[in-house]
Design a protein around this ligand. Structure first.
Ligand code: SAM
Length: 268
């Protein structure tokens, strides 16, 4: 996959994308990340990228010309083909007003060949960019950041680790929080508890006892069926406690429903 980032702060990306799985994916040729400085697409001596808003109001707005000109150089398929999904490309505007970026969207983006991420700044971006240049707007959460760079880095990291081959043990990305459509019990002990859209179960490593705190005994029992059941119960408990909203979208087995009923009864 190739990702192009359009930004007025290209230096921002020196660092966040140079570590761990993202770096490895680039080194392995699974991902290629190009950062484009929007000031390189201006034509005045001050390299102006912003202007005052029509109609008055606070702040400045990112001008459309540098964004359109930069995108012209990227040789993408026409917007109508991208939007109709006739090609595996997507141009994304980072925006607090966008659809929420979720693990599901990350998985969707991981199937594409090209992703372009447009980072807004100031009070936002001239709306013609959302209407005529970008294919979709994505928000990384219900809060307002000063720019889209952080969001672009978040999206690239979440998507890159889903590219086949990027993570050493691919099964691990299928077992994580929010990850639905996982075939449970299909691959032995390693996949004993695909999250199926729940939060992940707790993980422990050595030492088995640390500062007097032991790891749950079941995990050292060697009994895979009990471990699977315990992990599922923990995932259900944590989801109920921290993100009960997720339970609405999860296909619960009879066993899950019984566990949940027991947890809820215990809370009363
Ligand atoms: N006036 C805008 C509003 O109220 O929705 C906020 C603009 S914000 C200060 C500047 C830029 O930061 C946006 O154009 C967008 O690119 C980025 N941004 C801010 N919050 C974001 C979020 N939650 N997710 C993604 N991008 C965000």
């Amino acid at each position: 996959m190739r990702a192009d980032i359009l930004t007025i702060f290209p230096g921002f990306f020196r660092g966040p994308l140079d570590h761990g799985i993202t770096r490895r994916a680039c080194e392995m040729g699974l991902a290629e990340i190009q950062v484009h400085d929007l000031r390189g697409f201006t034509h005045d001596k001050h390299r102006t990228v912003d202007d005052r808003p029509f109609g008055g109001g606070e702040g400045m707005v990112l001008k459309p010309e540098p964004l359109f000109e930069c995108l012209d150089t990227l040789q993408l398929a026409p917007r109508e083909d991208r939007v109709a999904r006739r090609v595996k490309q997507s141009v994304i505007l980072l925006s607090a007003q966008g659809q929420r970026f979720t693990q599901k969207v990350a998985a969707e983006l991981a199937t594409l060949d090209r992703v372009v991420l447009i980072c807004g700044r100031y009070e936002g971006v001239d709306e013609r960019v959302a209407d005529f240049l970008a294919d979709r707007e994505l928000s990384i959460g219900d809060y307002v950041l000063s720019g889209g760079e952080m969001g672009a880095a978040v999206i690239i990291e979440a998507v890159t680790r889903l590219l086949p081959g990027a993570v050493g043990n691919e099964a691990s990305t299928r077992q994580e929080s929010f990850t639905a459509d996982v075939e449970r019990d299909s691959e032995g002990p390693d996949s004993t508890c695909g999250s199926g859209g729940l939060l992940d179960y707790p993980h422990y490593t050595r030492p088995a006892e640390f500062r007097g705190i032991p790891v749950p005994e079941v995990l050292i029992s060697g009994n895979h069926e009990e471990i699977r059941r315990w992990r599922r119960q923990q995932a259900l408990e944590k989801t109920l406690r921290n993100r009960p909203d997720l339970l609405d979208g999860v296909a619960l087995s009879d066993e899950d429903a019984k566990i949940l009923a027991r947890i809820k009864a215990g809370q009363e």
